[in-house]
Design a protein around this ligand. Structure first.
Ligand code: G6P
Ligand code: MG
Length: 217
């Protein structure tokens, strides 16, 4: 019924959210402080620049423009070291079943991620050719919770916003989907993602009937 699906990447299709956390934590540690898992929830879905700004604020550290750029580059090198060995085995459980179902039923689906590394990860996991559109951190200027990334994705798959279903693991991403008038499905903890229309721990918890209902709604 003219529905479309938009997937976030990190923490939704692959478990890279933990690698982002480890790399940010190392950066903080090197600057003499630590970040908690709770603080990390506020970094999920947020662009690289915005994330570093937040972290520096938490640690009360001020950097020059050059130092800022240097820290960003080091964080990314660290992160890339984690993801370089990824394969299709790293696609999270249950994801394959859902995207197979969408393909079989000709429901278009897009990626809507803040990450500038999204394409590398989709290539490594053999997912790239399955997407009808990929919108990532290189295509947007406004970070989630701004809905820009999802609005561009909806446009690319040619589906009206209100007919789009978004899978997100971040608070900022759920907010972005809601602002875009889309149906938001949180992947993670209900307590953290309470603003989402539905929340599941992971894709193995989503049964076919739920997807069918969502698509035909
Ligand atoms: C996603 C992740 C964030 C990450 C951001 C930028 O939104 O949830 O943790 O910081 O992308 O990713 P990048 O790979 O461009 O540094
Ligand atoms: Mg995410």
């Amino acid at each position: 019924k003219n529905k479309g699906v938009i997937f976030d990447l990190d923490g939704v299709l692959v478990d890279t959210a933990k690698f982002h956390f480890l790399a940010w934590q190392k950066l903080a540690n090197d600057l003499g402080f630590d970040i908690t898992e709770t603080q990390n929830e506020q970094l999920k879905g947020v662009s690289r620049v915005k994330s570093l700004e937040k972290i520096l604020e938490w640690g009360d550290v001020k950097l020059s423009q050059d130092q800022f750029m240097e820290q960003m580059a080091m964080k990314n090198d660290n992160y890339l070291a984690y993801i370089c060995s990824m394969t299709k085995k790293d696609i999270l459980p249950g994801v394959g079943t859902v995207i197979d179902y969408l393909s079989e039923n000709s429901i278009p689906f897009a990626l809507g991620s803040a990450s500038k590394n999204a394409r590398i990860i989709l290539e490594k996991t053999d997912l790239i050719q399955r997407f009808d559109a990929v919108v990532d951190g290189n295509d947007v200027s406004k970070a989630k919770p701004n809905p820009e990334v999802f609005l561009i994705a909806a446009e690319k798959i040619n589906i009206p916003s209100e007919n789009c279903i978004v899978f997100e693991d971040s608070v900022a991403g759920v907010q972005a989907a809601n602002i875009a008038n889309m149906t938001s499905i949180g992947i993670g903890e209900k307590s953290t993602l309470h603003e989402a229309h539905y929340v599941f721990k992971d894709f193995t918890e989503i049964d076919k009937d739920f997807i069918i209902k969502l698509i035909n709604n």
